[in-house]
Design a binder for this molecule. Structure first.
Ligand code: OAD
Length: 241
């Protein structure tokens, strides 16, 4: 057995639910209140930039006021124990993983704390609201900033790096994600091909993904993720060769 396993963790909205941020597909989820095509597509933004900016302004505000929970903290602890063989891939656009102490994090769907300028195509850090009056810090164009979020029909970020890590994974865990959105939903398949042991950690058991994983751990992430992390650390610290 490898003394230091290659670990790839995928997180979704469920890991931030207990920090008070809403998921997308729960009964009270975002996609029950908004139409995807209105707020999460380039066409929706072209039709109504104010609607889209306001949608993400609220989410940026909510994320800034949320605090990392025990599940985020557990993953930061896992990385500390395996600093050279750990990758955290998140579909989340909040920065709760970073604020919990995670370092090697890839935001495959972008982040709320960045904007992309449609005039000069440069990115900038952004903390407050984006409005029609906002000015690009690089080229000073007005009304040209969009959230740096990957929308439906766009290609997620970092795919090459992520696929490389999955092809070398010994442990893969999907935490708090419905497994309905590709390409993230396909990561467990890639990890399995690489021979990784695959874990699903979710509030509910998911009939759609159940058979894809070696182990399904059900319960709130703030309880299940710390236990999973402690078990993994204990297991590998006992391995001597
Ligand atoms: P979803 O809302 O689709 O799924 C959230 C998952 O978290 C569900 O499977 C819940 O059962 C689970 N969950 C909820 N609370 C939990 C808790 N306390 N502990 C553990 N699990 C919990 O969110 P995602 O899978 O992240 O994309 O959605 C994937 C993508 O779809 C998002 O990144 C977003 C969305 O459209 C874009 O906006 C591009």
């Amino acid at each position: 057995m490898n003394i230091t396993p290659n670990i790839v963790i995928l997180t979704g909205a469920g890991i931030s639910a207990e920090s008070g941020l809403e998921t997308f597909r729960g009964s009270d989820g975002t996609w029950n209140k908004y139409k995807v095509e209105d707020v999460a597509t380039p066409e929706g933004f072209a039709r109504s930039p104010d609607l889209v900016n306001n949608f993400y302004n609220k989410r940026r505000h909510d994320a800034a006021n949320a605090r990392p929970n025990k599940a985020h903290l557990a993953l930061a602890k896992l990385e500390k124990n395996f600093p050279h063989s750990f990758l955290l891939v998140t579909q989340n656009v909040d920065d709760l993983h970073e604020r919990a102490g995670s370092k090697n994090v890839l935001h495959m769907h972008g982040t709320l704390n960045h904007v992309l300028c449609l005039t000069c195509h440069k990115r900038a850090e952004w903390k407050g609201d984006v409005t029609a009056e906002s000015i690009c810090p690089h080229c000073h164009a007005k009304a040209s900033l969009r959230p740096d979020i990957v929308w439906f029909g766009e290609i997620p970020f970092y795919m090459e790096k992520i696929e490389k890590a999955l092809s070398q994974a010994d442990i893969f865990a999907a935490i708090g994600t419905s497994g309905l959105v590709y390409p993230a939903a396909g990561f467990v398949g890639l990890a399995r091909q690489a021979g990784a042991e695959c874990f699903e950690i979710n509030l509910a058991t998911n009939p759609a993904t159940y058979e894809l994983f070696d182990e399904v751990i059900s319960g709130p992430a703030t309880k299940t993720a710390p236990d999973f992390v402690d078990n993994l650390i204990a297991k590998y610290s006992q391995v001597t060769d």
